[in-house]
Design a protein around this ligand. Sequence first.
Ligand code: SF4
Length: 515
Amino acid sequence: MIVLGDQLDRGLSALDDYDADRDIVWMAENQTEATHVWCHKQRLVLFFAAMRHHRDDLRERGYEVWYHALEADARHDSGRDFAAILTVAINKCAPQRLVMTECGDHRVQTMLAECAESHGLALQVRPDRHFYCSQDAFDEWANGRNTLLLEHFYRSMRRAENILMDEDEPEGGQWNYDKDNRETFGRDGPGELPHVRRFRPDALTRDVIAMVASRFGGHPGHIEPFDLPVTHDEARSALRDFIAHRLPLFGDYQDALWTGRHFAYHSRLSAALNLHLLDPRDCVDAAVAAYRAGHAPLNSVEGYVRQVLGWREFVRGIYWHEMPGYAHRNALRAQLPVPRAFWDGETDMACIHDAMANVLDHGYAHHIQRLMVLGLFALVAGVHPYRFHEWHMAMYLDAIDWASLPNTLGMSQFGDGGLVGTKPYCASGNYINKMSNYCKNCRFHYKHAIGDQACPITTLYWDFLDRNLDAFRDNRRLVFQVKNLEKKREDADFMAALRDRARELKRRIEAQEFL
Ligand code: SF4
């Protein structure tokens, strides 16, 4: 029975009929998965520490677990490749079949199927009950529809699960309170913010930190401070902390940005959720209970429920509905590599510098830092959407292929041409200035598209519209932006200077130079 690193639920379907006299649970850390993308050091610590704690939890509950651990010194490894390590186990115990729960990564699912076939073994793949919506149920919802809109899916999920419903109507009379979730921190900033519960690494996690430091020391990101939950109990404690201290203002300040305030009112639970240390039902139920108890307002609770019950389930459904072809989409034919600053945070761009400080320190950025700072810059520059996804997989602790690909290639980079988002999330520096204090501390000026002070995001925003105008002309959600560009195009000198500056910025990204 195979248990993968992102399948750490206590009620995993693969183990449903476990028989101690007959069955063995198999788990493996391995070099190829650790280096498939150039992983952030804390990402490796999180996965291996959570897996080793789960191994011990399973053993305490009576399961026999064969666990392949990576050694601090790679020369002592008993195997490097996932399939090779599995082959050793198969040869040793001669199983009659392999059993697993649906995978979170099409590549790994394919690799395991091929490995089973090469040994003449049946591979039984069981549904993943972690999610509210099964793959079959999503396909049934999606098949035959002209467009796959989140809002339609979300409403069907609210109804099906009877969450935030008042009989047949949405709680409060509206399905969506997004317009109430766009406050900024104002001129004076957020003031004192609630502390986020942090978890001191125990001896087992400290061993993993030492192993990763010794073996993967050249990988990006800082290994300390590592403070994430790695057990089910810790994850539930992190959930309680969010519900008690940050959920009430989560809705209002969902989109707000401020230098150094990296968690603000966000939950920071996505890594625990995506490793299945937390059940999404516990998250949704706790948020709804807080609303019913008068502890949190509806705009916060509905906003959170929309993320977990709506968006998270939607992107997972899209992933399996569209794979494997989805990974190859590149609707805007973007070709640039990920900028160097996305690996080391070194840049004069204050917004990118601050978001990257969070990524390097914590392997995290909240959703507006991801979508409207780092994602926005990659989009308007023209970074290849799959390369952007690979970077996201490397640098974020919560990134699993099913979640990352639709969020990056689709939502953030418009690589799917509008399947998960009906317009590209493009904006000039003006948006960042409105939502943050970044521009006040930046050597560039958010309003300038040309000249020495020109904000790279503003320059590339106009260039993005200019070079993709044919693709965007018929998009009803881009009418104003297209009109504004057409006005700019009346000034030939401005456009020539803009295109020159944009060309130089893109050359520097291509050459991995400082920005
Ligand atoms: Fe970012 Fe431009 Fe604002 Fe600087 S001026 S912080 S680069 S948006």
